[in-house]
Write a protein that binds this ligand. Sequence first.
Ligand SMILES: Nc1nc2c(c(=O)[nH]1)N[C@H]1C(S)=C(S)[C@@H](COP(=O)(O)O)O[C@H]1N2
Ligand SMILES: [Mo]
Length: 370
Amino acid sequence: MDTTKQQGGPATAHGARSPAETSARLVDPLGDPRSTQSLTPLQDLHGIITPSGLHFERHHAGVPQIKPEAHRLLLHGLVNDAKIFTVEDIKRFPATTKNYFIECSGNGYREWNGPIGQSVQETHGLTSCSEWTGVPLKHLLGEAHIAPGAAWVVAEGADGAAMTRSVPLDKCLDDVLVAYAQNGEMLRPEQGYPLRLLVPGWEGNISVKWLRRLKVVDRPYQTREETSKYTDLMPDGSAKQFTFVMHAKSVITYPSGKHKLPGPGFYEIRGLAWSGRGRITRVEVSTDDGASWQECRLQGPVLDKCHTRFSCDWRWQGKATIIQSRCTDESGYRQSTRTELQAAQGKLPSYHYNAIQRWRIDASGEASNV
Ligand SMILES: Nc1nc2c(c(=O)[nH]1)N[C@H]1C(S)=C(S)[C@@H](COP(=O)(O)O)O[C@H]1N2
Ligand SMILES: [Mo]
């Protein structure tokens, strides 16, 4: 059909992607359809922003349907002026817009003892990156006037799980947002519409969605999500609590598991790197099973606690090999191997898995997780 010889389709009130584009989240129910996760197709993305419809999801009790006009955020506890905010009240505060990743601390959980996932979506799809708009929590706390003895803030969601987490006050006064928008529009219901906490660089679980209550308190409240869940089991059987920061991680997204290179020749290796400790300063790639490493290009702007895209040139000779990437962040932390991670933390699968991801390219060009 010659599209230059006829009138095209009409304008639409709300756009949708081309029907030819079918990239989708991988919905992976955790044994119970009410508690689900869905994974971002990192292999299909460009740049650093995850389209809102492809942002990974993790729901402990499904997605509540919240009417924004009926929603309230209560701010109380160790404050002199307790407040009840409507969504409109929150939007009247001076707004901040920042790009941040959110990564579930369970991202890659199954990879601790060896390769399990086939595609990068399966191994790394519990991270996504958006432009978030909201009000810095410090402004709301300023309105409520924090009282002496305040040291933590307990955040509670309005979902069936009433997800509750304790956040240190220092972090709340630093870069935490009460976000209402994502990539230029109001949050998607799956991301916490109409309000969510956004705790940059820390494990996704603490960014409480459908936020309805903030209680300023003197100590962590030892909620379910910080005792029975989201603690890291140590080799001696004890559990480490409050390991908030997501360590630096990188992964090659092209070529990656399930891709097939059409033949020897030039390829641009592409991937993503991020760190909960700040900016990514360096990404290196090896295309010879770790014998040598080359410096990658970082696509600017390289932002704080944000996905960073890297790339490097590769001429594939058509022989079987292993490709992998490792990153360093501005704190000097460098991503390590699975073996090094196991030596430091034991072999029990745990949260915060961030080892170097290796993809084998076989002689036919097929990529797989090794
Ligand atoms: N209220 C509420 N907040 C929540 C959750 C939830 O189930 N309920 N899941 C948490 C978890 S475990 C993660 S990893 C992130 C995921 O955010 P996303 O679904 O927007 O990607 O939200 C967190 N906030
Ligand atoms: Mo999570």
